[in-house]
Design a protein around this ligand. Structure first.
Ligand code: CMP
Length: 138
């Protein structure tokens, strides 16, 4: 079925000027951009977004990194969006990402890994609603 996922281009990729190339790969893979903006999270907002990871050892570094520069969040739509998008971006650790994936091409490290992708339909809806009102989704 056609459904939605949520993504954000992370500070490293935005700062490196790779937003356009990444959006091009996303569109060429058949995803429709439903909502998009450039924004900067405070550390507290990053902490709220990544609340599920609050007990993980990398949580503080993750929140600091994700608020270190502007990001580009997007809601995307496609057949089988969540799984197909995770295939397009590749493994969390760029060293393990397949050739041709967004993380293989653009990620620098496990934390500065260029892009986020929701891991379930439920989280896609929660994460999309974190950044976008219903009236901002087209
Ligand atoms: P993302 O899929 O956006 O969601 C959680 C992020 O935490 C993940 O991408 C990684 O960038 C980061 N992350 C996951 N595991 C680790 C780890 N072991 N050390 C540092 N960062 C991590």
């Amino acid at each position: 079925a056609t459904n939605r996922t949520f993504t954000m281009i992370k500070p490293d990729a935005v700062a490196d000027g790779n937003s356009g190339a990444i959006i091009k790969m996303i569109e060429e893979a058949g995803f429709k951009v439903i909502a998009m903006k450039k924004t900067l999270l405070t550390p507290a907002q990053a902490g709220k977004f990544y609340e599920v990871h609050a007990e993980r050892p990398f949580y503080a570094d993750l929140c600091e990194y994700m608020s270190s520069g502007p990001i580009v969040p997007m809601i995307l739509e496609k057949e089988n969006a969540v799984l197909d998008f995770r295939t397009l971006i590749g493994a969390t650790d760029p060293a393990k990402a397949d050739e041709g994936t967004i993380r293989k091409i653009f990620a620098k490290s496990l934390s500065a890994n260029a892009i986020h992708g929701s891991d379930s339909d439920e989280n896609a809806a929660i994460e999309g609603a974190f950044f976008f009102a219903t009236t901002e989704q087209y």
